[in-house]
Design a protein around this ligand. Structure first.
Ligand code: PLP
Length: 381
């Protein structure tokens, strides 16, 4: 009897319960409190960013971030097309128009060349986007060496969606700190979890103060309840911040574990015809949040879907790569630059179990099913 192998389950450190108990005993009535403040301080220090604002989800952080960048109804906001819908939904919450950009050659991230051409065109027509949402997909930072100068040339701020990339970096700088603002998620399947939560990373105390104010119903300092703007109820609760602090204590262990998992897959699947992994750009340190394999059906003899259904039969959870947002009904009619590379990733890409608690024998079980299906021309057992 072997247990079902999940894609990316939560992985507790063992210290969460004690932290929550302490928060309960000291301060259980207040939604905000010392745990939130400490979680924010500790995360900012760990990542080397000025400020971190703890909120109820990564999506809320994106919504606040775009609000801080001044996105208004009718504005365009550009966004990677190969990503989770949460990267772009807040664009619509603000009444702005999402425009999608394809991935680069040999990676998940936004294509810097395409972005440069598109900004050039938009700049000359006087139709620049208010912001660009750049996503660090599956634990790989986008190509910021090329993306940031291009955006700076046109004065367009980058919101970095690092929800999937906590622990990744480029030459020692941490994911989440590359854009004008950065976003983290602590959803149950992410590198760290608070069961649900997120953070907005800011470069200045002023931005962080404005984010905290908007996230707390935009209440003005007055004895009564005074509001000059519409706010949100987006702050993280003190109890969940207590969970987050326990998780943060094991961040680098978790990253190391996922990197080990990646290594086992690369070894276990090497030599299987038609399977490949993206290599990652020079100087980039992937967090390996998710290991995805690309299946070329011509050389492999089987499709991504053949592999996925055989793995499911073997009680192993896997999932196709993100369906590009320009193909989603919810974004029908939105403009898209390119899109073919992202579509190929969706057709050929398969996310394999990547949790930080996986053992080598479990990864070997996944690899042996994959090898058997390929050798059997699509059949397993
Ligand atoms: C998970 C995720 C989000 C949203 O985070 P939540 O905390 O679930 O709201 C945003 N963008 C990407 C790319 C994600 O994977």
């Amino acid at each position: 009897m072997s247990q079902r192998i999940l894609l990316s389950p939560p992985h507790l450190s063992g210290r969460e319960a004690a932290n929550v108990l302490e928060a309960l005993e000291s301060n259980w009535v207040a939604p905000l409190g010392p745990q939130v403040d400490a979680f924010e301080r500790e995360m900012a220090a760990e990542l080397g960013v000025q400020e971190a604002v703890a909120v109820s989800s990564g999506t809320a952080a994106i919504h606040l971030g775009l609000t801080l960048l001044g996105v208004r109804p009718g504005d365009e906001v550009w966004c990677s097309t190969l990503t989770f819908a949460a990267s772009a939904n807040p664009i619509r919450y603000l009444g702005a128009e999402p425009v999608f950009l394809d991935s680069m050659e040999g990676g998940w991230g936004m294509d810097p060349e395409l972005l440069e051409q598109a900004l050039e065109e938009a700049g000359h027509c006087g139709r620049l986007p208010r912001a660009v949402v750049v996503v660090d997909l599956y634990g790989d930072c986008a190509d910021y060496d090329r993306i940031l100068p291009v955006c700076a040339r046109w004065g367009v701020p980058v919101l970095e969606d690092a929800a999937e990339a906590l622990g990744a970096g480029i030459r020692g700088r941490c994911a989440g700190g590359f854009g004008a603002l950065g976003v983290l998620s602590f959803n149950g399947n992410k590198m760290l979890t608070t069961s649900g939560g997120g953070m907005l990373l800011c470069g200045s105390a002023g931005e962080a103060a404005r984010a905290r104010y908007l996230a707390a119903q935009a209440r003005m300092p007055a004895p009564h309840y005074e509001h000059m703007e519409v706010g949100y109820n987006y702050r993280m609760s003190n109890l969940l911040a207590a969970v987050g602090r326990a998780q943060l204590g094991v961040l680098w262990e978790r990253v190391a574990a996922r990197r080990r998992v990646r290594g086992w897959y690369e070894r276990g699947l090497s030599g299987v015809p038609g399977l490949r992994f993206f290599k990652g750009l020079a100087g980039h340190e992937s967090s390996c949040w998710m290991t995805c394999v690309l299946v070329d059906p011509e050389t492999c003899g089987v499709t991504r879907e053949d592999l996925r259904s055989a793995l499911e039969e073997a009680d192993i959870e896997s999932r196709p790569c993100w369906k590009p947002l320009h193909l989603q009904q919810s974004f029908a009619g939105c403009r898209v630059f390119g899109g073919g590379r992202a579509e190929a990733c969706f057709e050929r890409g398969l996310c394999l179990p990547s949790g930080s608690a996986l053992g080598e024998s479990e990864v070997e079980r996944v690899c042996s099913v994959v090898r058997e299906v390929v050798e059997g021309g699509g059949k397993w057992k």
